[in-house]
Write a protein that binds this ligand. Structure first.
Ligand code: NAD
Length: 422
């Protein structure tokens, strides 16, 4: 089955990330030398992964692990399995992880991994063999105090379990803290499933508060009713907001009086789509984006808020669940319209924050209850939100630039204190 191609090619994505970092170095005046330092990843490892396929043939896959910067702590970042993944894309994503971890003030640097493969064409045994051989090939550079991988696109808790087991066999002791996003039975954290969606809902709630609006009855539209979107909708619904529209890849539904979110989640689980939900009217993807709502939550794929769709947007707040849902030209239009944007590296950082808590629990051989995990996460995200707003005021920039400025300052401060050796 073909997979949807990303909207930006790897080298374009990397250029976009570097442009943002350069701009932040200039705005914050940390010194041009820091850009010279930050524009290169510390390590780029390319590996070949020969795998015996189900028909007895051997196929070699290409894998990457890129470590961008570890001035603030061990490298951290997911591993994606995707046919078009390349070194530039993985490098750009590793850089984004450096800044995402810094914006929520986690003691981590940034990394990313990828294997060029189409997981939809692989069976479970082939996926396991790819994962184990890939882990073996990167085992020297990962580790609980070096680099801690996690799931990303088309990798899940099972893949992390194989990675953990392979690494543990190599080093000769069970090492759950080498990876996060594991099954709960193997040391995964309670609360990981809802963490990102809750974080996106918290971003929306704090933005609504900053605009002196109340939560009661505010209208919300959610694009992409998957893991992130459905939990964001569920939390906003439980706080008194009116979720009037949601969508998935098959279409969108709208009910001006507000959707019963728990019942809609059950409907999606049963039928595989939000379409056909009782009392809701079918609308198009674009109509959802253009609804008269206070809050819009893009939590599907990248680039849906673009030059074509941005003009009709009426929301006052956008909390970005997806990675990169807004293109840079659309960003300028949102700024002119005065939309309060909670940028992706802040809004969807709940996931990596709970990953950090998983690592801490593993290192301390502890298990925290879900309420504790989520309330600690909330405290971190609310503090990060306030820090970003403060930075936006300080430099008179929009929230997205502010999130980058804040994280670039934090990373550069660590680099300055460590010095460049020798
Ligand atoms: P998911 O696969 O669970 O859900 C994605 C949903 O979007 C699905 O319901 C799908 O049908 C829908 N969709 C796809 N194309 C669409 C379109 N064009 N219009 C409307 N809906 C569409 O994925 P997820 O884990 O919820 O991730 C969603 C986004 O959030 C991705 O960009 C991901 O990178 C980002 N993200 C996820 C996490 C996490 O912890 N899951 C963390 C950070 C960022």
């Amino acid at each position: 089955m073909p997979l949807q191609a990303p909207s930006l090619k790897g080298h374009e994505f990397l250029a976009e990330v570097l442009r943002r970092v350069k701009e932040s170095v200039e705005v914050t005046r940390v010194g041009d030398d820091y850009y010279e330092f930050l524009k290169y990843p510390k390590v780029q490892l390319t590996v070949s992964i020969p795998v015996k396929m189900r028909d007895g043939s051997v196929k070699t896959f290409v894998g990457y692990r890129v470590q961008h910067n570890n001035a603030r702590g061990p490298y951290k970042g997911g591993i994606r399995y995707y046919p078009t993944t390349d070194l530039d894309e993985v490098t750009a994503l590793a850089m984004l992880m450096t800044y995402k971890c810094a914006v929520v003030d986690l003691p981590y640097g940034g990394a990313k991994g990828g294997v060029q493969c189409n997981p939809k064409e692989l069976n479970r045994d082939e996926l396991e063999r790819i994962t184990r051989r890939y882990t073996y090939m990167i085992a020297d550079i990962i580790g609980p105090y070096k680099d801690i991988p996690a799931p990303d696109v088309y990798t899940d808790a099972q893949v992390m379990a194989w990675l953990m087991d392979t690494y543990s066999q190599i080093v000769g002791k069970l090492t759950p803290e080498v990876v996060t996003g594991k099954p709960v039975a193997l040391g995964g954290s309670e609360g990981r499933e809802e963490a990102t969606g809750l974080g996106v809902a918290i971003g929306a709630r704090e933005a609504v508060k900053a605009l002196n609006m109340g939560m009661k009855g505010i209208r919300v539209a959610v694009e992409g009713f998957g893991n992130v979107g459905s939990y964001a909708a569920l939390y906003l619904h439980s706080w008194g907001a009116k979720v009037v529209a949601v969508s998935d890849s098959k279409g969108a539904v709208y009910k001006p009086e507000g959707l019963n979110v728990p019942a809609l989640i059950e409907h999606k689980r049963r039928t595989g789509t939000v379409l056909g939900f009782d009392g809701a009217k079918a609308i198009t993807h674009e109509e959802l984006l253009h609804l008269d709502v206070e809050v819009l939550i893009p939590s599907a794929i990248e680039g849906t808020i673009n030059a074509k769709t941005v003009d009709g947007i009426k929301a006052k707040v956008i909390s970005e669940g997806a990675n990169g849902p807004t293109t840079s030209d659309a960003d300028g239009v949102l700024r002119e319209k005065g939309v309060f944007v909670v940028p992706d590296i802040l809004a969807n950082a709940g996931g990596v924050t709970v990953s950090y808590f998983e690592w801490v629990q593993n290192l301390k051989r502890e298990k925290w209850p879900k309420e504790e995990v989520l309330s600690r996460m909330e405290a971190k995200l609310v503090k990060a939100f306030q820090d970003v707003i403060g930075t936006a005021r300080k430099y008179e920039v929009d929230n997205r630039s502010a999130a980058f400025c804040l994280s670039v300052e934090r990373v550069c401060e660590a680099i300055r204190l460590l010095g460049i050796w020798p």
